[in-house]
Design a protein around this ligand. Structure first.
Ligand SMILES: [Zn+2]
Ligand SMILES: [Zn+2]
Ligand SMILES: [Zn+2]
Ligand SMILES: [Zn+2]
Ligand SMILES: [Zn+2]
Ligand SMILES: [Zn+2]
Ligand SMILES: [Zn+2]
Length: 1756
């Protein structure tokens, strides 16, 4: 904080008094006094106000120092009775360290929980303990802590296995039983007791103190000052912005100060904002209150006397001190616990701990945090006192929760949040249930807080306000507590536990009764509802309670007696709910097919109906449990089975299911979306376990106790379909029903839904207790049915399965038995695929399928069957058997009413006319018949085994014709007729399957009846059937083939058409596929020359036909030959700044206006990269296109301010063909024509000529400069340099290019200049050509690196878009001088050459160590034409290029020798002599250098190593040079360079016309080389070589992204200790890692915003500008997400390179599976970066997802 002056002054006045103070003497005095508390209070009263809070500018260090000296010092002396450091270390030696780790988690720190061994998911380990535990080999979950809570390592109750890590393994087994106090002397114990009780009491007094101007008794200061603080408190109502704004007004501070105040208030809960006299503070208070009270309750502000504040400050320090002190000794810890829990004078709940807890909601955040921490390190770390504390906590529970509900702080700041630390400990939870009746307390407290009831006492959330909604949310934390208490099920029950549990169960039933029937709905007819009724609150409650309800049942299931009692209680609760069930209405009688039954008159569509039936669902669950444990059969007398009224049981669940059916049938449309949502959640995986699933079980339970005919009739009646099926002539439904179409449609849907429900009631047997299955069978079946839809990723499956209270689905146990795992590639995710043998479990009417799932699964399964050449019929699967209690359900299939229904539908289906029946209806009927047959088959099999007769004879029933008088046809007869009906094509396979099965069953029955089963007859029967099938299949296959052929013919016709229309596109894409074709074709060596050389007079030359190049414009599709005098053709291109190859990210950015880019430094810190998608256009076509884009953009911006992925104002556009981001175009140019001239001068001659030319040029330039600037008397060397022969200084060459090409040359040059330097475009700037050459060199270098990194050969492996880009870039480079000022270019050339050939007339030539040689080569070669054009003596460009190459190669060799000093003596050479000549010469050169430079270079004995250095160091340069001359001169590369491997060196040297012993270049031209060498070495910078630290060594290694740890949690851990660099010590909320340089940043946060080019930008954006020239790759650690940024406006998120074991990423870290680095994916990101494709990737992502465009990237 600022202004430190005053606070340094303040204490100095008191210094003398403080210096004389002796802690020892004070403590000695205390030992004598009788009333110690009074004495200590006096001491505190005297000193605390002198130390703390002395003014507006607090100085914490100073305060702490004084407090240590004056306050803690005497306390410690007293405590120890000796020098504290001695005493405390003695205590420490005797300390019995706790076996509990107890590490308290920081926000964002990783925590681990073992999914196999943790008692519940709240049991977690810190990273240290986890790594030392057995669980790291188990299945674990990783999360980031929200702060608070501690490591459970060492807690034996928290872990089923491996409770200790290596560090916390107990060494002495019985240490826990020993009393820690045994080691302390009695005096020590007494003293400790005294000090702790005084200090703790003091702290409690002060923290719970609520008077603003007074102090507790005994603490009044001797001299009372009159200074006050204006204290601002935190609340959760006002926003940061409101607080900041108000403060600026109220206390007149700057925005920055206000931000700092607000931040502290938010963090600590309060902050003084003003210091002064009472008036002064009161004034600020009233302004704040006035300003914040408009809409809400005002901010809390108090004017407090400074001494009160001082004591409160010290109280916090005192608590911290206690926490520190007890760390030394478990004995002290125990004494503190004792002191804290000792009952006070007021009796019950009056201990100091109670006082703190009960005042919790009145304290500010900071105070709460401190004392919670102390509780955690004392009470919760001592097993004995943890129990006592838990009891106190439970006794205060109701009060604490009520306080919490009224409070507005988050739960993490409430003492109630400690419940998890105690309630999840099984032994404590059990004890609290039995002794303190905790379960009942929690439930009652919860119910008490939900006061909104209707007349029947049910919850009513209808008109509840925001305030109540807020409260409702807070109350929900009680459900969490209940969950903790229930989370571990008892293994043993005591009578007391039974009693208290059942008492809790009663309370729970009371709660459920309040929910039974809540939020009822009534069908809206006529008008649409006016307002959507509230439904979410009720569902939230249901959802929150789902796990509790399941856990309640599981508890019951673990004890027979409890189960029976609970069952009875639930039944009577249900009866109570249904009292009045049959009131009022007269029963009606239903009769059908000779059966009749009485029921009530009730219509779902007319009366109230509710979807909330928790009581009956709980009963259903218990019923299934009873059935499972078979108590029902052993002791039926214990059960109230006789009290059950099946019609009552089924009534409400049935109504609920009918409601769903009617909603589906569209009957409830006018009730709006709230009902649709409710129905959705009713079936949703989060709710269905305790909603839909249980309703189904209840129907099954009820139906199993009823006559199936009666059951079905009641069902028909509730579905409001009874009238259709009950009439005698129902089979003629539609001849009778005149019906309006909508009603018919509606009834059809209802019939479908009802049939589906019957299928489910008979067919859903995968609940333990209903069918004879295990839990794993249930999960297995769920998974099978999910995978029948399609292969799924692990997370998708998890989402589709219900999770239990431990967030487990149980999937891991069974998945491998039903599915095969397929690993992911570089993209996508791992998938589970159904094992083929499991497909037979597929049930089309699986009860958890939505309609959409069902049709997808049906399609998928039929497709698979067809692919396997099987019949595509999907018959019902074989089902497990029912448990005895449910066994009678199968009779539904063969009961008369069902057969009547089935017959009726089949009869309707005889008529093809639409509307009278539906396909799904028929399909369901066929499925039901199929189920009957499968059931009968199963019965036959089991009866054959058991020799039991079976009375299930479905085939008999369906063969019987209807009775007189109607005499309807039998179902079988109907099916036989339908088999041939032409309108039932889709159902034929199923009908055929049914008939076949019927035949099969009949024969089986006959066989078993007549004779012992003989296989033969069955076989022959089957065989004929099979033959028939075979023939049928063949016919079908033939038809399918014909159909396929026809389609193929159509398609190929279409394709031809398409290809004709998009010819170019097609060719382009073909070329993209195969890069080698284009390049080899273009560059196939011409016959004339055998040796392929790319540079120099002997180079390969293109014949006329080779040079001709014809391309097609993607916009107008016209062909065009590329000619210098033709229409310009251009390539879409993207120019960007780059630091990808940078070897020095610390170099400060250049000043764009002054920077001279002529020489590239070898650290390559900034470069300009040019890329292209390779799409070619006419320049005029492109211009028209770009103008159109611009115009469109302007219109769009006027209309609505949307951003696009590209910035038109900056010249950006998307390639019209591939939508690749571009910002300029490169003109395409033909190869320059050159003829083989005969004789060319050798190096020394040529140098001689050139230096003459230079002299002449320089003097000419000076002359013209001098004449233009009036100083005409400039004479120096102007006239004494006549130009050499044929060098015409006044010659102006003719520009060979057409005007459009010239225009495009300027366009691209200017764009490169503008982007590369970040300046405004200026085509006149002398740096334009330099930037173009630089970009050409940089791009070639980066591609050369890329090829090395990708391990690809130098030639032939580039995709053609890069090939085209490089060749046009190079040719452009050689032509760009024509549109610049020739003098400028000549000047550049002079300066460039002088760096190589020192020239006294050129100043400021760089040292050769400061020049990147490849850049120099490219610039020299590309600028030379501007000089050569003046020459008419026949000098050729080729000769010059070769000489440049040779000179620079030598310079580079020297550069390498100077920088790669052999640091250690490596192994001696292996093979002697192979390159003896090279070794000797390199030694010679090295020694020459040593003699020139002396000291700096180490002595080297053999040249072997030097030569290796030279070869390795110069290779990248040679490769880049080969690429450059290849594209410049068009010479094809030798085949050796088209492949990887040996021979590259020789091939390169040959291709570049260099001797393979590069040293020959030096020694063969010693006469010129030696002076050059002297020149280079005499450069002053080189003389200082030894001092320069950061030498760039060659070869420069490719940059790579930073190494990431294999385990993601290491990153989380790293980020959790990262603090914001600007706001001292605060945790950063969005720690973000730069993957380029490894810097951790505090992203997306106010604190770290900086100004960049006049705008506020976040830490990431700011970082990209120094680290990545505007492009950045980051990892957001908390989100596990990669972030790409480009410039200030572009960005996108990208999948992180971390995968879990299921091959999935976890963006947002929600699932918590362990994540491991996937190297392939990380390499892919690295490749994007090295290829300069990040910006392009962002462009594509933004085009694909428009929401990305709206994100404020610059603030990240
Ligand atoms: Zn730990
Ligand atoms: Zn541990
Ligand atoms: Zn484990
Ligand atoms: Zn065109
Ligand atoms: Zn393109
Ligand atoms: Zn920050
Ligand atoms: Zn960085």
């Amino acid at each position: 904080m600022a202004a430190a002056e005053t606070d340094r002054d303040a204490p100095s006045a008191l210094c003398s008094e403080f210096l004389n103070f002796s802690a020892k003497d004070t403590a000695a005095k205390w030992l004598q006094v009788s009333n110690l508390p009074k004495e200590v209070y006096q001491h505190l009263a005297c000193y605390v106000p002198k130390i703390y809070c002395l003014g507006p500018n607090l100085n914490p260090q100073n305060e702490d120092l004084l407090a240590q000296l004056l306050l803690q010092g005497p306390l410690e002396w007293y405590l120890c009775g000796e020098e504290p450091s001695v005493g405390l270390s003695k205590l420490e030696q005797n300390n019995q360290p706790s076996q509990l780790c107890g590490h308290v988690f920081k926000v964002g720190e990783p925590t681990y929980s073992c999914r196999e061994c943790a008692a519940d998911p709240t049991c977690v380990l810190c990273m240290q303990c986890f790594l030392g535990s057995v669980h790291k080999e188990h299945r674990y979950r990783m999360t980031t802590s929200g702060g608070g809570g501690f490591c459970d390592c060492g807690d034996t109750e928290a872990w089923k296995k491996g409770p200790y890590c290596q560090k916390h393994e107990p060494n002495i087994s019985d240490s826990s039983q020993k009393d820690p106090l045994a080691n302390l002397s009695a005096e020590m114990i007494a003293r400790t007791y005294n000090v702790f009780s005084i200090i703790l009491k003091y702290a409690v007094d002060m923290l719970t103190w609520d008077k603003e101007d007074e102090l507790p008794e005994g603490l009044e200061p001797p001299a009372r000052g009159d200074m006050y603080y204006c204290m601002l408190f935190n609340d959760e109502v006002h926003t940061y912005e409101q607080v900041i704004y108000t403060l600026q007004k109220a206390v007149n501070c700057t925005q920055k100060e206000a931000v700092s105040f607000a931040t502290t208030v938010d963090r600590d809960g309060r902050k003084s904002v003003r210091f002064g006299d009472f008036q002064f503070c009161e004034q600020a208070k009233s302004v704040i209150v006035r300003n914040t009270s408009r809409q809400t309750k005002p901010l809390r502000v108090q004017v407090m006397h400074s001494s009160v504040v001082a004591h409160q400050c010290f109280a916090l320090k005192a608590l911290n001190w206690l926490g520190q002190t007890i760390r030394y000794s478990d004995a002290l810890r125990r004494i503190l616990c004792q002191v804290g829990l000792q009952r006070g004078p007021e009796g019950e709940n009056s201990s100091l701990v109670d006082k703190l807890m009960l005042c919790d909601s009145k304290m500010w955040k900071g105070a709460r945090n401190v004392y919670h921490q102390l509780f955690m390190s004392s009470l919760l770390m001592d097993p004995k006192y943890k129990k006592l504390f838990a009891i106190q906590f439970a006794r205060n529970y109701e009060r604490l929760q009520s306080d919490y509900v009224k409070d507005d702080h988050d739960r993490e700041f409430s003492v109630t949040d400690l419940s998890v630390q105690m309630f999840t400990v099984p032994s404590l939870a059990r004890m609290l249930i039995t002794d303190e009746n905790l379960m009942t307390t929690i439930i009652r407290t919860f119910v008490d807080h939900l006061r909104h009831r209707d007349l029947q006492g049910r919850f009513q959330f209808e008109r509840y306000t925001a305030q109540q909604a807020f409260k409702f949310r807070r109350v929900q934390s009680l459900i969490g507590d209940l969950k903790y208490v229930l989370i571990s099920r008892p293994t043993e029950w005591t009578d007391q536990l039974r009693e208290k549990y059942l008492e809790g169960f009663d309370a729970f039933l009371e709660l459920l009764k309040c929910m039974q029937g809540m939020d009822p709905v009534v069908r809206q007819v006529g008008q649409h509802i006016e307002m959507e009724p509230e439904w979410e609150a009720a569902f939230t409650l249901q959802m929150k309670l789902t796990h509790i309800i399941s856990m309640m049942q599981e508890w019951c299931a673990s004890d027979e007696r409890v189960l029976i009692e609970a069952y009875k209680k639930s039944l009577s609760a249900l009866t109570h709910c249904h009292s009045g069930f049959t009131d009022g209405e007269q029963p009606i009688t239903l009769s059908m097919c000779g059966h009749s039954v009485d029921t009530i008159r009730y219509c779902v569509s007319q009366e109230k109906v509710s979807i909330h039936l928790p009581v009956s669902r709980l009963l259903a669950g218990l019923h299934a449990l009873l059935s499972k444990i078979e108590v029902a059969y052993r002791f039926p007398e214990q059960l109230p089975l006789s009290e059950l009224s099946p019609p009552m049981l089924i009534e409400h669940p049935l109504r609920c299911l009918v409601l769903c059916a009617q909603v589906h049938a569209g009957m409830w449309r006018r009730n709006g979306f709230s009902l649709v949502n409710q129905i959705y959640y009713y079936h949703n995986v989060k709710c269905r376990v305790e909603m839909f699933d249980k309703d189904l079980i209840m129907l099954q339970a009820g139906a199993s106790m009823m006559d199936p005919n009666h059951f079905l009739m009641i069902m028909l009646s509730r579905f409001e379909l009874y009238h259709i099926f009950s009439s005698a002539d129902c089979r003629k439904r539609y001849s009778r029903e005149n019906a309006n179409k909508d009603v018919v449609q509606q009834n059809n849907t209802l019939i479908e839904e009802m049939l589906h429900l019957i299928i489910m009631i008979v067919g859903e047997r995968y609940t333990a207790g209903v069918g004879q299955v295990e839990i794993t069978d249930e999960i297995r079946r769920e998974i099978v049915h999910q995978l029948c839809i399609r292969p799924m990723a692990h997370s998708e499956l998890v989402k589709a399965l219900p999770e239990n209270e431990n967030k487990e689905t149980g999937m891991e146990r069974v998945i491998d038995s039903v599915a095969l795992f397929k690993k992911p590639g570089v993209t996508g995710r791992g998938l589970y695929k159904l094992r083929p043998e499991c497909a037979k479990m597929f049930n089309l009417y699986f009860h958890h399928y939505s309609r959409a799932d069902q049709s997808k699964a049906e399609e998928a399964q039929r497709k698979i069957k067809r692919q396997n050449g099987e019949d595509s019929v999907l018959p019902p699967p074989v089902l497990p058997r029912f448990c005895p209690l449910f066994a009678s359900l199968v009779n539904i299939l063969q009961c008369d009413v069902l057969l009547g229904i089935l017959g009726a539908v089949l009869q309707w289906a005889m008529e093809p006319s639409g509307g009278h029946w539906s396909e799904s209806m028929l399909q369901r009927v066929l499925h039901l018949i199929g189920m009957g047959l499968v059931e009968e088959q199963q019965h036959l099999i089991s009866s054959a085994e058991d020799y039991n007769d079976t009375n299930f004879n479905f085939t008999l029933k369906i063969s019987r014709p209807g009775e007189a008088p109607a005499n309807t046809a039998s179902i079988l007869a109907l099916l036989e007729t339908l088999q041939n009906a032409p309108h039932l094509e889709v159902h034929k396979d199923m009908i055929r399957w049914i008939l076949k099965t019927v035949a099969y069953i009949k024969t089986t029955r006959e066989c078993t009846a007549s004779s012992p089963p003989s296989d033969s007859s069955g076989h022959s029967q089957e065989e004929t059937v099979r033959d028939k099938e075979k023939a049928e299949r063949k016919r079908k296959a033939e038809m399918a083939r014909l159909r396929r052929e026809k389609i193929m013919a159509q398609m190929s016709e279409m394709q031809r058409h398409f290809i004709n229309e998009n010819k170019e596109l097609f060719q382009q894409s073909l070329e993209d596929l195969d890069p080698s074709t284009s390049s080899t074709l273009e560059h196939s060596p011409s016959s004339c020359d055998s040796a392929l050389v790319c540079v120099g007079p002997r180079r390969w030359r293109a014949g006329g036909s080779d040079r001709r190049q014809v391309v097609t414009c993607i916009l107008c599709q016209e062909e065009q030959e590329i000619r210098s005098d033709g229409k310009a053709m251009v390539l879409a291109a993207f120019v960007q700044r780059s630091t990808v190859m940078s070897k020095n990210r610390k170099r400060p950015p250049h000043n764009p206006d002054k920077y001279d880019p002529l020489f590239m430094h070898p650290d390559l810190s900034f470069g300009t990269h040019t890329g292209s998608c390779g799409h070619i256009m006419h320049s005029h076509c492109w211009q028209r296109y770009f103008e159109a884009v611009q115009a469109k953009e302007q219109r769009r911006q006027q209309r609505l301010r949307v951003h696009t992925s590209y910035d038109v104002e900056n010249g950006e556009f998307l390639c019209p063909l591939c939508e690749c981001l571009s910002n300029t175009v490169i003109p395409l140019l033909p190869l320059t024509k050159t003829c083989c001239s005969s004789e060319q001068p050798d190096l020394s001659q040529w140098l001689n000529i050139t230096s003459h030319q230079m002299k002449a040029l320089i003097s000419a330039h000076r002359k013209s400069k001098a004449s233009s600037a009036e100083a005409a008397d400039e004479t120096d060397g102007v006239n004494d340099c006549p130009p050499p022969d044929g060098f015409r200084l006044d010659h102006t060459p003719k520009n060979p290019y057409s005007s459009t090409i010239k225009e495009m040359l300027t366009t691209f040059g200017t764009a490169t200049y503008k982007v590369g330097l970040k300046v405004h475009p200026n085509e006149q700037d002398p740096r334009v050509p330099i930037m173009c050459w630089g970009s050409c060199a940089y791009t070639i270098q980066s591609i050369e690196r890329l090829l090395v990194d990708e391990e690809k050969p130098l030639f032939g492996s580039l995709p053609c878009r890069q090939d085209d880009c490089l060749s046009s870039l190079t040719r452009f480079g050689s032509a760009c001088w024509t549109v610049s000022s020739h003098t400028t270019v000549q000047n550049h050339f002079i300066r460039l050459l002088a760096a190589l050939v020192p020239d006294p007339r050129v100043e400021n030539s760089p040292c050769i160590l400061d020049v990147d040689m490849f850049h120099l080569l490219v610039s020299l070669v590309l600028s030379h034409p501007a000089v050569l054009c003046l020459d008419s003596s026949g000098l050729s460009a080729d000769a010059a290029q070769l000489h440049f190459l040779h000179l620079i190669t030598v310079a580079h060799v020297v550069q390498i020798l100077l920088t790669s000093l052999p640091e250690e003596v490596r192994m001696e050479q292996e093979t002697g002599g192979a390159e003896r000549e090279e070794e000797e010469s390199v030694c010679l050169l090295y020694n020459t250098l040593r003699s020139l430079l002396g000291r700096g270079l180490r002595e080297v004995s053999s040249g072997w190593h030097l030569w290796l250095c030279v070869k390795a160091g110069i290779l990248p340069y040679l490769r880049a040079a080969a690429l450059f001359f290849h594209y410049l001169n068009g010479a094809p590369a030798p085949p050796e360079l088209h492949a990887l491997g040996a021979g590259e060196w020789e091939a390169l040297c040959g291709y570049l016309c260099l001797p393979s012993n590069l040293l020959q270049l030096y020694f063969n031209n010693l006469d010129i080389m030696e002076p050059l060498l002297h020149g280079w070495c005499s450069h002053p910078a080189l003389q200082a070589l030894q001092s320069s630290v950061t030498l760039i060594r060659f070869p420069r290694e490719s940059n790579h992204l930073i190494d990431l740890p294999g385990d993601y949690s290491a990153l989380i851990n790293q980020a959790s200790s990262f603090t914001c660099p600007k706001s001292g010590g605060d945790k950063s909320r969005v720690p973000t890692l730069c993957l380029v340089c490894g810097a951790m940043l505090c992203s997306q946060s106010y604190c770290c915003q900086t100004e960049l080019e006049g705008e506020d930008v976040g830490a990431c954006t700011a970082h990209t500008f120094t680290c990545g020239a505007g492009v950045g790759i980051f990892l957001r650690v908390r989100e596990s997400q990669v972030l790409f940024l480009a410039g200030k406006t572009k960005g996108c998120f990208y999948a992180p390179p971390y995968l879990d074991d299921y091959g999935e990423t976890d963006q947002g870290l929600r699932r918590g599976n362990p994540l491991h680095l996937c190297h392939e994916r990380y390499r892919k990101i690295q490749k994007l970066w090295r290829q300069h494709s990040i910006t392009e990737e962002i462009g594509h992502a933004q085009e694909a997802n428009q929401t990305l465009v709206g994100i404020d990237w610059q603030h990240l």
